[in-house]
Ligand binder design. Sequence first.
Ligand code: BG6
Length: 481
Amino acid sequence: MSFDLVFFGGTGDLTWRKLMPALFQAFRHGKLPTNGRILSVARDEMSDERYREWLKERFQEVDGSKRPSDDEFEQFAALLHYRRMDLSQPEHYQRLKSWLDERQADTVVLYLATSPHLFTQICEQLGAAGLNDARTRVVLEKPLGHDLASAQQINKVVRSVFSETQAFRIDHYLGKPAVQNLMALRFGNALFEPLWRRESIANIQITLAEGLGVGTRGAFYDETGALRDMIQNHALQLLTMIALEPPPTNDADAIRDEKLKVLRSLKPFTAATVARDVVRGQYRAGSNEGLPVAGYLDEAKVPADSQCETFVALRTEVQNWRWAGVPFYLRTGKRLSGRDAQIVINFRQVPHPIFPGTNQANRLVIKLQPEDGLELQLLAAKGGADGEKLVPVSLDLDFDKAFAANRVGAYERLLLDAIAGRLNLFVRSDEQEQAWRWVEPILDAWKADSSGPRPYTAGSWGPAAASALVARDGFAWAEEE
Ligand code: BG6
């Protein structure tokens, strides 16, 4: 199969930090279809040769084992091309079309790795230039909009130029092996499904914690905040994968229909429930990996009086027969205790305890990162002199180790899927809009409440109010038990 892959924003951070290294890995693993060309377009004037040199320099910043040798880079670079393009100029799109028409590849993937402000303009121009025929796919990076209205506006333009099956909306969390494994866990095994419901599950906790601060992205982050950056997309996508009903098939729309139903079943927020069930925080000076770090307000390009949240914890429910009354706790933040993403399924206590002093319940921990694994916590009798006292034990699976040879990174997987036209791991416009619809009352309530985010010390697990939120239901975050 032949393909042409075009990166708009070809000299941008996303392209050289994430996309090119991921493509190189696909190339190194022999997974990239052989008859391909990669074209980067951006505003600077550069020859193909100069672009290849520039990218080679950038690759020096890529994590060690993922860096190409000189030989490998040379082979990979043979696929790379560069053209100057002013995205506001219709004739530049015509030039791009001529380049693509040179050989009529089977598939054309247009990846918009630009600022989202340009998405509608680029799509309109692509349409006007006839760059939207059936072999073309468009890939859109998050953030897709700033709120429901802006997301709808982008989708309207995208849909006027491309069909829904040509639109690949990226949420890179869906490309993580651990997230794909969620489907395997639930629907490849008969074991869990009968327990996957309110009768057996007490609560579910989704944590996406980062040790890093906002780094050099202060200006972007301050307009975005943790709710838009992580909850509206990554955390909600994980929630849908946990809560969805078994889809009739493994096809993209069968899965996405079920995910949409979950999003529509989420308990809507009101100003009163936002005040009660959502905690926002902002980090203050503290430490990260033993070293002192600045607070958010002292980060570059962050206004000194910023009310932007760097932490969110919230409680919600999925209002349907399977999940009625089961709290789903979502939590994310920058400068927390460390990089730790996991989903904890806390099962109910045994209905009638016969072992004295044992009040622990079973727990399934789905680890997303830094390790990718599964840990099932059980209780066992040691068989020692203390007789009937049960002790916690765990069945611990490390998928990184078990499947080391086959593991591919999130962007590698998603780029290969976009080239192959597999939509399963991409977000449909109705899902994305529903997610915005659900977070919007939180944004509105915060706008109307000048009290701002609660401070927390860098290196902690966020404001104490996040613990109180869970404690109110008689539970605790997994690390607090
Ligand atoms: C991105 C956010 O979508 O996800 C970043 O914009 C965040 O702020 C990143 O750091 C986290 O992704 P990962 O894969 O490192 O957990």
